[in-house]
Write a protein that binds this ligand. Structure first.
Ligand SMILES: [Zn+2]
Length: 353
């Protein structure tokens, strides 16, 4: 007789049954994490979904799941169980395309969403620094062969021995960088991420000057944070809730408790002042979550906080560390397969024992 560990049909059948049984006892909810609804010329972290694909995702969601607000999902049955097949949409960072590209499609599909905004970037006319860095390094314009960058009393030098065009469509997470421009992009990304906002702004200015004016022409009109009027439009839209995403978008797990508290509290207070609405949910930039982060986020006045752990939400999931699934530029089929993976097949209702 074949052992169950051989992963034959019997093993797979039993594993499926076990998953179905678990879904009946403890139905999962799903929180989806989007960033942009756009098709930028470069996207090294794969955080953009093109508008037509986003429209497909919404159509599929309506067919096979129940799209709800974050608050509604966590308002469980009296038994503490989540209601079956509920899915919540979230957007991180506060891109202008959330209002101009995503909201019209959400309206058509009547699907609600939470937009987590990094308050310190609101009204900034330039792209987020990580997007501008990608434009400067990864688009196919020529670059000078040498870069000298002064940062916080240190000087860094790089030589681009072969400053030829970078590989189009490159993703940072798919393996080692294929050429010198991708290598330099990653080195600068890591350096800038660890800097305070002021030296980072100075470094970005120096990089902009180094790359020359042709490097800035790649951004699309919505490749930037929302303005204050756009933020107010989002916050007052009946399908949208605005949540906080810190002030300066740091990796909170690397900060002291005092600095974390400042980032959490200031972003909530600023967004409430700008929108005139209570802000009760939070999401952690880069999914970075320290030992004290749960307590601190609660003390900063938030009821719910999202991380990005690639798991479904279960009955016992802490509302202050809600996992999310990062959505990529998936086709409708790929998106439907992801929903099946996390929620089970649509004809798999919990009551059909
Ligand atoms: Zn973010």
């Amino acid at each position: 007789m074949r052992g169950l560990s051989s992963r034959g049909p019997l093993y797979r059948g039993l594993a499926n049954l076990r998953r179905q049984a678990q879904r009946m006892v403890d139905p999962p909810g799903l929180i989806l994490l989007y960033h942009r609804v756009a098709q930028p010329s470069v996207d090294p972290w794969g955080v953009s979904v093109r508008p037509e694909r986003f429209a497909e995702h919404l159509e599929i969601l309506r067919q096979v799941a129940e799209p709800v607000t974050l608050e509604h999902m966590l308002d469980t049955e009296p038994s503490g169980r989540l209601r079956a097949r509920q899915v919540t949409l979230t957007f991180d960072d506060g891109y202008a395309d959330n209002l101009h590209q995503a909201v019209p499609l959400l309206e058509q599909a009547q699907v609600p969403a939470t937009v987590f905004v990094a308050s310190g970037y609101v009204g900034q006319s330039q792209p987020f620094w990580w997007d501008e860095l990608a434009h400067l390094l990864l688009n196919p314009h020529p670059l000078p062969g040498h870069l000298r960058l002064e940062m916080e009393e240190t000087v860094q030098n790089w030589t681009l021995e072969d400053p030829s065009a970078p590989l189009q469509g490159w993703r940072a997470e798919t393996g080692p960088p294929p050429g010198p421009r991708e290598q330099l992009y990653l080195a600068l990304y890591r350096l800038l991420r660890s800097l305070d906002p002021q030296p980072r702004t100075a470094a970005m200015e120096a990089l902009r000057h180094w790359a020359g004016p042709q490097a800035s022409r790649w951004a699309d009109p919505f490749d930037r944070p929302v303005t204050v009027p756009e933020l107010v439009q989002l916050a007052t839209h009946p399908l949208i809730q605005v949540g906080a995403h810190t002030v300066t978008h740091p990796a909170l797990g690397d900060l002291s408790p005092l600095a974390q508290r400042g980032e959490m509290l200031d972003s909530r207070v600023t967004l409430e002042r700008l929108t005139g609405q209570p802000v009760t949910s939070f999401s952690f930039p880069f999914g970075s979550y320290g030992e004290d982060s749960g307590r601190l986020v609660q003390e900063a006045g938030f009821q719910w906080a999202c991380i990005s752990a690639g798991q479904a939400v279960r009955r016992r999931t802490s509302p202050l560390a809600l996992p999310r699934i990062s959505v990529e530029d998936w086709t409708g089929e790929e998106f439907a397969a992801q929903l099946r993976h996390w929620l089970g097949a649509p004809k798999d209702p919990p009551q059909s024992a």
